[in-house]
Design a protein around this ligand. Structure first.
Ligand SMILES: O=C(O)c1ccccc1N[C@@H]1O[C@H](COP(=O)(O)O)[C@@H](O)[C@H]1O
Length: 245
Protein backbone atom coordinates (compact mmCIF):
# COMPACT_ATOMS: atom_id res chain seq x y z
CA UNK A 1 0.00 0.00 0.00
CA UNK A 2 1.29 3.47 -0.78
CA UNK A 3 0.81 6.27 1.72
CA UNK A 4 1.77 8.94 -0.80
CA UNK A 5 -1.78 10.19 -1.36
CA UNK A 6 -2.79 10.17 2.30
CA UNK A 7 -2.89 13.47 4.10
CA UNK A 8 -1.80 13.61 7.75
CA UNK A 9 -4.58 14.71 10.09
CA UNK A 10 -3.17 17.91 11.50
CA UNK A 11 -4.58 19.27 14.73
CA UNK A 12 -6.78 22.33 14.37
CA UNK A 13 -6.35 25.38 16.55
CA UNK A 14 -3.57 26.30 18.91
CA UNK A 15 -1.77 24.06 21.35
CA UNK A 16 -4.22 24.87 24.16
CA UNK A 17 -7.16 23.70 22.08
CA UNK A 18 -5.23 20.66 20.99
CA UNK A 19 -4.32 19.71 24.55
CA UNK A 20 -7.93 20.04 25.65
CA UNK A 21 -8.99 17.70 22.84
CA UNK A 22 -6.22 15.18 23.38
CA UNK A 23 -7.30 11.65 24.17
CA UNK A 24 -5.96 10.96 27.62
CA UNK A 25 -5.49 7.44 28.86
CA UNK A 26 -7.72 6.32 31.73
CA UNK A 27 -4.89 5.84 34.23
CA UNK A 28 -2.98 8.94 33.15
CA UNK A 29 -2.65 11.89 35.49
CA UNK A 30 -2.92 15.57 34.69
CA UNK A 31 0.47 17.18 33.88
CA UNK A 32 0.15 19.38 36.98
CA UNK A 33 0.63 16.26 39.14
CA UNK A 34 4.31 15.65 39.65
CA UNK A 35 4.38 11.83 39.51
CA UNK A 36 6.77 10.70 36.81
CA UNK A 37 5.31 7.89 34.68
CA UNK A 38 7.29 4.71 34.24
CA UNK A 39 7.14 2.71 31.03
CA UNK A 40 8.68 -0.74 31.19
CA UNK A 41 9.30 -1.92 27.68
CA UNK A 42 9.92 -5.33 26.18
CA UNK A 43 7.73 -7.37 28.52
CA UNK A 44 7.47 -10.88 27.11
CA UNK A 45 5.31 -12.85 29.58
CA UNK A 46 2.28 -12.46 31.83
CA UNK A 47 4.50 -13.15 34.87
CA UNK A 48 6.86 -10.29 33.94
CA UNK A 49 3.90 -8.01 33.20
CA UNK A 50 2.39 -8.77 36.62
CA UNK A 51 5.73 -8.05 38.29
CA UNK A 52 6.10 -4.77 36.36
CA UNK A 53 2.59 -3.66 37.35
CA UNK A 54 3.26 -4.58 40.99
CA UNK A 55 6.53 -2.63 40.89
CA UNK A 56 4.59 0.50 39.86
CA UNK A 57 4.83 0.67 36.06
CA UNK A 58 2.23 2.93 34.41
CA UNK A 59 2.86 1.72 30.85
CA UNK A 60 4.01 -1.65 29.52
CA UNK A 61 5.61 -1.98 26.09
CA UNK A 62 5.11 -5.08 23.93
CA UNK A 63 7.65 -5.23 21.14
CA UNK A 64 6.53 -6.33 17.68
CA UNK A 65 9.92 -5.81 15.98
CA UNK A 66 10.82 -9.31 14.73
CA UNK A 67 14.57 -8.73 15.14
CA UNK A 68 14.27 -7.84 18.84
CA UNK A 69 15.15 -10.33 21.58
CA UNK A 70 12.08 -8.89 23.31
CA UNK A 71 9.60 -9.52 20.51
CA UNK A 72 6.24 -11.09 21.36
CA UNK A 73 3.70 -13.07 19.35
CA UNK A 74 0.14 -11.88 18.91
CA UNK A 75 -0.98 -14.54 21.32
CA UNK A 76 1.58 -13.56 24.02
CA UNK A 77 0.53 -9.94 23.64
CA UNK A 78 -3.18 -10.71 23.87
CA UNK A 79 -2.65 -12.58 27.15
CA UNK A 80 -0.42 -9.84 28.61
CA UNK A 81 -2.90 -7.08 27.74
CA UNK A 82 -5.77 -9.06 29.24
CA UNK A 83 -3.77 -9.64 32.44
CA UNK A 84 -2.77 -6.01 33.08
CA UNK A 85 -5.39 -3.92 31.28
CA UNK A 86 -6.84 -2.51 34.51
CA UNK A 87 -3.45 -1.67 36.00
CA UNK A 88 -1.28 -0.35 33.16
CA UNK A 89 -1.53 1.30 29.77
CA UNK A 90 -0.31 -1.15 27.14
CA UNK A 91 1.81 -0.04 24.20
CA UNK A 92 2.50 -2.04 21.03
CA UNK A 93 5.99 -1.08 19.80
CA UNK A 94 6.74 -1.27 16.06
CA UNK A 95 9.75 -0.54 13.89
CA UNK A 96 8.86 0.16 10.25
CA UNK A 97 5.98 -2.33 10.22
CA UNK A 98 3.27 -2.18 7.52
CA UNK A 99 0.26 -0.07 8.49
CA UNK A 100 -2.14 -3.00 7.98
CA UNK A 101 -0.16 -5.14 10.43
CA UNK A 102 -0.25 -2.43 13.10
CA UNK A 103 -4.01 -2.05 12.62
CA UNK A 104 -4.42 -5.82 12.90
CA UNK A 105 -2.40 -5.94 16.14
CA UNK A 106 -4.39 -3.14 17.77
CA UNK A 107 -7.67 -4.83 16.88
CA UNK A 108 -6.45 -8.24 18.06
CA UNK A 109 -4.86 -7.36 21.40
CA UNK A 110 -6.74 -4.19 22.43
CA UNK A 111 -3.63 -2.19 23.40
CA UNK A 112 -3.98 1.47 24.40
CA UNK A 113 -1.20 3.05 22.37
CA UNK A 114 1.24 2.40 19.53
CA UNK A 115 4.92 3.34 19.72
CA UNK A 116 6.59 4.05 16.38
CA UNK A 117 10.29 3.30 16.79
CA UNK A 118 11.52 3.34 13.20
CA UNK A 119 11.55 5.67 10.21
CA UNK A 120 7.79 5.62 9.68
CA UNK A 121 6.44 8.63 7.77
CA UNK A 122 3.92 11.07 9.28
CA UNK A 123 1.16 9.60 7.11
CA UNK A 124 1.44 6.25 8.87
CA UNK A 125 1.03 7.77 12.32
CA UNK A 126 -1.96 9.80 11.14
CA UNK A 127 -3.71 6.64 9.93
CA UNK A 128 -3.30 4.66 13.15
CA UNK A 129 -6.40 3.83 15.17
CA UNK A 130 -5.07 4.82 18.61
CA UNK A 131 -2.83 7.39 20.29
CA UNK A 132 0.81 7.25 19.23
CA UNK A 133 4.15 7.55 21.04
CA UNK A 134 6.67 8.83 18.49
CA UNK A 135 10.22 7.69 19.30
CA UNK A 136 12.95 10.13 18.29
CA UNK A 137 16.50 8.81 18.19
CA UNK A 138 18.66 11.69 19.33
CA UNK A 139 21.88 12.20 17.37
CA UNK A 140 24.05 15.28 16.78
CA UNK A 141 22.23 15.68 13.46
CA UNK A 142 18.66 15.65 14.86
CA UNK A 143 17.01 19.08 14.59
CA UNK A 144 13.79 20.48 16.11
CA UNK A 145 12.43 20.69 12.55
CA UNK A 146 12.67 16.87 12.37
CA UNK A 147 10.62 16.50 15.55
CA UNK A 148 8.01 19.26 15.58
CA UNK A 149 5.89 18.02 12.64
CA UNK A 150 5.05 14.92 14.70
CA UNK A 151 3.62 17.02 17.51
CA UNK A 152 1.11 18.57 15.09
CA UNK A 153 -0.62 15.28 14.39
CA UNK A 154 -3.82 14.87 16.37
CA UNK A 155 -3.11 11.32 17.50
CA UNK A 156 0.54 11.77 18.53
CA UNK A 157 0.14 11.93 22.30
CA UNK A 158 3.78 11.61 23.39
CA UNK A 159 7.30 12.02 22.08
CA UNK A 160 9.93 9.59 23.34
CA UNK A 161 13.56 10.68 23.17
CA UNK A 162 15.88 7.67 22.91
CA UNK A 163 19.64 7.19 22.51
CA UNK A 164 20.95 5.53 19.37
CA UNK A 165 21.37 1.83 20.11
CA UNK A 166 24.41 1.19 17.92
CA UNK A 167 26.17 4.52 17.45
CA UNK A 168 27.55 6.16 20.59
CA UNK A 169 26.76 9.86 20.96
CA UNK A 170 29.50 11.79 22.69
CA UNK A 171 27.29 14.32 24.41
CA UNK A 172 23.71 13.10 24.39
CA UNK A 173 22.58 15.77 26.83
CA UNK A 174 23.90 18.53 24.58
CA UNK A 175 22.07 16.97 21.61
CA UNK A 176 18.84 16.55 23.57
CA UNK A 177 18.71 20.10 24.97
CA UNK A 178 17.54 22.00 21.82
CA UNK A 179 15.04 19.26 20.94
CA UNK A 180 13.67 19.20 24.47
CA UNK A 181 13.31 22.97 24.58
CA UNK A 182 11.46 23.03 21.24
CA UNK A 183 9.26 20.13 22.32
CA UNK A 184 8.13 21.98 25.46
CA UNK A 185 6.13 24.36 23.24
CA UNK A 186 3.88 21.46 22.19
CA UNK A 187 1.44 19.16 24.01
CA UNK A 188 3.10 15.92 22.88
CA UNK A 189 6.48 17.35 23.82
CA UNK A 190 5.37 18.30 27.32
CA UNK A 191 4.23 14.70 27.67
CA UNK A 192 7.56 13.29 26.50
CA UNK A 193 9.34 10.19 27.73
CA UNK A 194 13.11 9.86 28.05
CA UNK A 195 14.67 6.47 27.29
CA UNK A 196 17.99 4.92 26.44
CA UNK A 197 20.32 3.09 28.78
CA UNK A 198 18.31 3.92 31.88
CA UNK A 199 18.59 1.88 35.09
CA UNK A 200 17.87 2.25 38.81
CA UNK A 201 21.39 3.71 39.13
CA UNK A 202 21.06 6.63 36.70
CA UNK A 203 17.33 7.37 36.34
CA UNK A 204 16.94 9.67 39.37
CA UNK A 205 19.48 12.10 37.89
CA UNK A 206 17.58 12.08 34.59
CA UNK A 207 14.28 12.79 36.37
CA UNK A 208 15.83 15.66 38.33
CA UNK A 209 17.53 17.17 35.29
CA UNK A 210 14.66 17.03 32.76
CA UNK A 211 11.52 16.50 34.85
CA UNK A 212 10.00 14.44 32.03
CA UNK A 213 6.41 13.26 31.84
CA UNK A 214 7.83 9.74 31.86
CA UNK A 215 10.87 7.52 31.63
CA UNK A 216 11.14 4.32 29.64
CA UNK A 217 13.38 1.32 30.26
CA UNK A 218 13.92 -2.06 28.62
CA UNK A 219 17.38 -3.61 29.12
CA UNK A 220 18.13 -1.86 32.43
CA UNK A 221 15.55 -3.91 34.36
CA UNK A 222 16.38 -7.34 32.96
CA UNK A 223 18.21 -10.39 34.33
CA UNK A 224 18.84 -11.58 30.74
CA UNK A 225 17.78 -10.19 27.34
CA UNK A 226 13.98 -10.43 27.19
CA UNK A 227 13.58 -11.52 30.83
CA UNK A 228 12.50 -8.84 33.31
CA UNK A 229 13.84 -8.88 36.87
CA UNK A 230 11.27 -8.04 39.55
CA UNK A 231 13.83 -6.54 41.94
CA UNK A 232 15.36 -4.35 39.24
CA UNK A 233 11.92 -3.09 38.23
CA UNK A 234 11.11 -2.28 41.86
CA UNK A 235 14.45 -0.50 42.31
CA UNK A 236 13.88 1.43 39.07
CA UNK A 237 10.43 2.65 40.15
CA UNK A 238 11.78 3.60 43.60
CA UNK A 239 14.62 5.61 42.03
CA UNK A 240 12.25 7.40 39.64
CA UNK A 241 10.04 8.45 42.47
CA UNK A 242 12.73 9.15 45.08
CA UNK A 243 13.40 12.75 43.93
CA UNK A 244 9.65 13.38 44.18
CA UNK A 245 9.44 12.61 47.89
O1 LIG B 1 14.36 -3.04 23.19
C1 LIG B 1 14.22 -3.47 22.03
O2 LIG B 1 14.60 -4.61 21.71
C2 LIG B 1 13.58 -2.59 20.98
C3 LIG B 1 13.40 -3.08 19.71
C4 LIG B 1 12.78 -2.32 18.75
C5 LIG B 1 12.31 -1.05 19.05
C6 LIG B 1 12.48 -0.54 20.32
C7 LIG B 1 13.11 -1.29 21.30
N1 LIG B 1 13.30 -0.82 22.57
C8 LIG B 1 13.06 0.52 22.98
O3 LIG B 1 14.30 1.13 23.31
C9 LIG B 1 14.12 2.04 24.36
C10 LIG B 1 15.22 2.00 25.37
O4 LIG B 1 15.67 0.72 25.61
P1 LIG B 1 16.83 0.46 26.68
O5 LIG B 1 16.27 0.79 28.03
O6 LIG B 1 17.99 1.34 26.32
O7 LIG B 1 17.17 -0.99 26.54
C11 LIG B 1 12.78 1.74 24.93
O8 LIG B 1 11.99 2.82 24.51
C12 LIG B 1 12.24 0.56 24.22
O9 LIG B 1 10.94 0.88 23.85
Amino acid sequence: MSFGAMKPRVAQGDETTREANQVDAPSSHARSEPRTRVKICGVTSVADADAAAAAGADYLGLIFAPSSVRSVTLDDARQIVAAVARRCQTVAVFQDAPLEWMQTVVAAIGCDLIQLHGDEPLEVAAALPCPVIRAVTVTPETRPADVLPWTRLENVAHLLFDRPKRRPVLDWELCLQPLWEAAQTTAAGRQAFIAGGLSAENVAAVVQRWQPYGVDVASGVESAPGKKDARRMQAFCRSVRSPER
